[in-house]
Design a protein around this ligand. Structure first.
Ligand SMILES: NC(=O)c1ccc[n+]([C@@H]2O[C@H](COP(=O)([O-])OP(=O)(O)OC[C@H]3O[C@@H](n4cnc5c(N)ncnc54)[C@H](OP(=O)(O)O)[C@@H]3O)[C@@H](O)[C@H]2O)c1
Length: 288
């Protein structure tokens, strides 16, 4: 699939929280750091180019977190894109601490969440965060205290909408007793669909479902596998089919493929152009 004339606009629109429209195919900015999502990337200029190219190709939804680096991803986004175009929505997260490469520990104490939201505002150069997601529920802190602090920040005008990450339907329902939740970000892709009940809940309630690790096609990307065969027939890449499948799976689906290279960001956004037939979609759905 060539990138000539490609735009993420082709993936369709979704209004987060009913009032924040984005093109459904977005970009995940976790891969813009050093190894283990720690420290600075090897080539910061390429990271800047990736972000600018994504927006140039119509991406209006960018996902990041305070903990990516930490802070590195948010600061690169500010450097590359600030002042932001009016239609660009940056979603960030708080609630995971970092003490080294690949180490992620949840801390949901209200004073910590508040500090991290203040830091994200500063690092992103924003006065209000459009979508703040609780990165993980901290099992040591009552959920209503964690979501309650985000609701307070919302009342203070520092957060527009609140989302959750890696939650079950019952946790989602529990959180909604404290604040309005507009999105869920859970692990979900063609090969790993454990979050299906949460996706169905989001569909029923018009909440955004943001599948992380959307390209983990695993065995399916292999030569001779079902994705590879169809990719050859459609002149596409297996990774593009994984994204096209997600986009067709649900109108509330907002995939955020991550990459550290311009060539992959171009390839991924070109997936917005692919319209899978019902037969091809069913074949992929049933192939695992
Ligand atoms: N909520 C959470 O707990 C959570 C957890 C993890 C991630 N996330 C979010 O989800 C986003 C996506 O997740 P992810 O980055 O883990 O997984 P992903 O987007 O499924 O895959 C990223 C990996 O695929 C490679 N890749 C990207 N495009 C490719 C292409 N066209 N061809 C071949 N390889 C390609 C990237 O390497 P290159 O850099 O070489 O392209 C990278 O190693 C993250 O950026 C982050 O915003 C959230």
């Amino acid at each position: 699939m060539s990138i000539h004339g490609v735009t993420a606009k082709k993936s369709g629109n979704f209004a987060i929280g009913g009032d924040l429209p984005v093109h459904r195919l977005g970009y995940g900015a976790m891969q813009l750091t050093g190894p283990g999502i720690w420290g600075h990337p090897k080539d910061p200029q390429e990271a800047i180019r990736v972000l600018r190219r994504a927006v140039e190709l119509g991406v209006t939804f960018i996902d990041t977190a305070d903990s990516y680096g930490p802070f590195v991803s948010e600061m690169l986004i500010k450097e590359a894109l600030h002042p932001y175009a009016a239609d660009v929505v940056i979603a960030t997260k708080a609630g995971l601490t970092r003490s080294g490469p690949n180490v992620w520990r949840p801390v949901g104490r209200p004073e910590y969440l508040r500090q991290q939201v203040e830091l994200s505002l500063r690092h992103l150069g924003l006065e209000r965060i459009d979508l703040l997601q609780l990165h993980r529920i901290d099992p040591q802190v009552p959920l209503e205290e964690q979501v309650g602090e985000l609701a307070l920040l919302q009342q203070e005008g520092k957060i527009r909408h609140i989302g959750l990450s890696e939650v079950s339907v019952s946790e989602l329902e529990q959180a909604q007793q404290t604040a309005r939740i507009v999105s869920v970000q859970n692990l979900y892709n063609l090969a790993k669909r454990d979050a299906e009940p949460v996706l169905q809940y989001c569909e029923m309630h018009q909440m955004a479902f943001i599948p992380w690790f959307p390209l983990a096609t695993g065995q399916l990307a292999k030569e001779g596998g079902p994705l590879d065969e169809l990719a050859k027939r459609l002149h596409a890449k297996p990774s593009q089919l994984a994204l096209a499948w997600l986009l067709k799976r649900s109108p509330v689906m907002l995939p955020i493929p991550g990459t550290s290279t311009v060539s992959h960001v171009e390839e991924n956004i070109a997936a917005a152009e692919i319209e899978l037939s019902d037969a091809d979609y069913d074949m992929l759905t049933q192939s695992i």
